[in-house]
Design a protein around this ligand. Structure first.
Ligand code: AVI
Length: 358
């Protein structure tokens, strides 16, 4: 099971996007807040927030829904299926990096020549990072593994299962928001930090959002600390397009399930059968976007509100941003990092970028 993407997005249920200022976040209620989540604990119950987000998205001039709400129980299962389906490559590519470029990763970390905290954001079941942890332990590098996840359950599982798989490993899980936990760590640990921010952490942010995220991340690090960040690379547009238009139709079910969830949880009456999954990939910007297309004019009731949709009107539901190497370098520099190295899978479709805080 690969929980990383899911965990990150679950985080997103609980936090609103704000600006990048470390101690004084500014809440931005706009399309920018589509996916972001990291900074400010919400002050209202989640269902209420869900309703507000849905209504805000569907009453704006171009309609949208936040992709963070894909992940109910059915959405989780569908996402597991997506990760295993032939057309969806990113998960397999990053696994390839962690399985086959482990030696280089260990080299980078052991070159720090001191005690290291390996901090994984949205650790999930650590199915990728476990390869690195095993290798670090074999090489007798002095490290502590600090998984951060919004789920207490995930953290408890890692704390009990990892020592069985890697005897002697020190695991100290932290349950909560990434940046709050990093803030705690910066005052409680003097070890060098290696941040693992794998897979989907950056993927479902716009470029502007990922810039804010990287700056925020940097503000919790010291010069010399390292961030290892996963990016899906731009590539033949057909390959990207097919990953979000898989032949088995799983991505389509995943996208449509958002309406089923809204019907169930927000007392709405979307006629799911008149909506279709659509995706587009723009090779000029690297943005892969998913939409739900309304094929018939309709009125939808959501609680006490009525939303009118025209025939062929599109609801934007997700961005899956792809990066060129140049964009990754630019992102590192604008965030206050030196881009040190890029490790790719054997197809060169995915990158785990190694950045050093400056
Ligand atoms: C979670 N996230 C990184 C996935 C992606 O590739 O954007 C979610 C996904 N959406 C459709 N397929 C997979």
């Amino acid at each position: 099971m690969h929980h990383n993407y899911k965990r990150l997005l679950i985080n997103s249920l609980r936090y609103d996007f704000t600006g990048v200022t470390k101690k004084q976040p500014m809440i931005i209620h706009s399309r920018l807040s589509h996916n972001l989540k990291y900074f400010k604990p919400e002050t209202q119950p989640v269902e209420n927030q869900f309703l507000q987000d849905v209504l805000a998205g569907l009453t704006s001039t171009s309609k949208s829904l936040p992709s963070k709400y894909f992940y109910d129980e059915t959405g989780d299962k569908l996402f597991q299926q997506i990760m295993q389906c032939e057309d969806y490559y990113p998960t397999r590519c990053e696994m390839d990096i962690f399985q086959n470029r482990t030696r280089e990763l260990v080299g980078i970390i052991s070159n720090l020549h001191c005690n290291v905290d390996i901090i994984e954001l949205g650790a999930g079941d650590c199915s990728k990072s476990i390869h690195l942890l095993k290798a670090l332990s074999n090489e007798q590098v002095n490290f502590k593994y600090i998984p951060i996840d919004i789920s207490k359950n995930i953290i408890a599982n890692l704390e009990s299962s990892l020592p069985e798989q890697i005897p002697g490993i020190e695991v100290k899980g932290m349950n909560g928001d990434y940046f709050e936990m990093l803030n705690l760590l910066s005052s409680s640990s003097t070890s060098k930090k290696v941040i693992l921010c794998l897979g989907g952490n950056i993927a479902n942010m716009t470029i502007n959002e990922s810039e804010s995220f990287c700056k925020q991340l940097r503000s919790y690090l010291n010069p010399g600390d390292i961030a290892i960040i996963g990016f899906d690379l731009v590539k033949n547009p057909r390959i990207i397009y097919n990953a979000y238009y898989d032949r088995e139709g799983i991505t389509s079910r995943f996208n449509l399930n958002l309406l089923t969830r809204i019907n169930r949880e927000l007392n709405a009456n979307f006629n799911i059968s008149i909506f279709e999954h659509f995706c587009s990939y723009d090779p000029l910007t690297g943005a892969c976007r998913s939409f739900l297309v309304c094929t018939k004019e309709t009125d939808v009731q959501i609680g006490s509100k009525t939303i009118h949709l025209k025939k062929d009107e599109c609801i934007w539901t997700e961005i899956s941003q792809k990066y060129s190497r140049g964009q990754i370098i630019k992102l590192a520099k604008s965030g206050g990092f030196k881009p040190t190295q890029m490790l790719t899978d054997h197809k060169e479709w995915f990158v785990d970028a190694i950045w050093t805080a400056i």
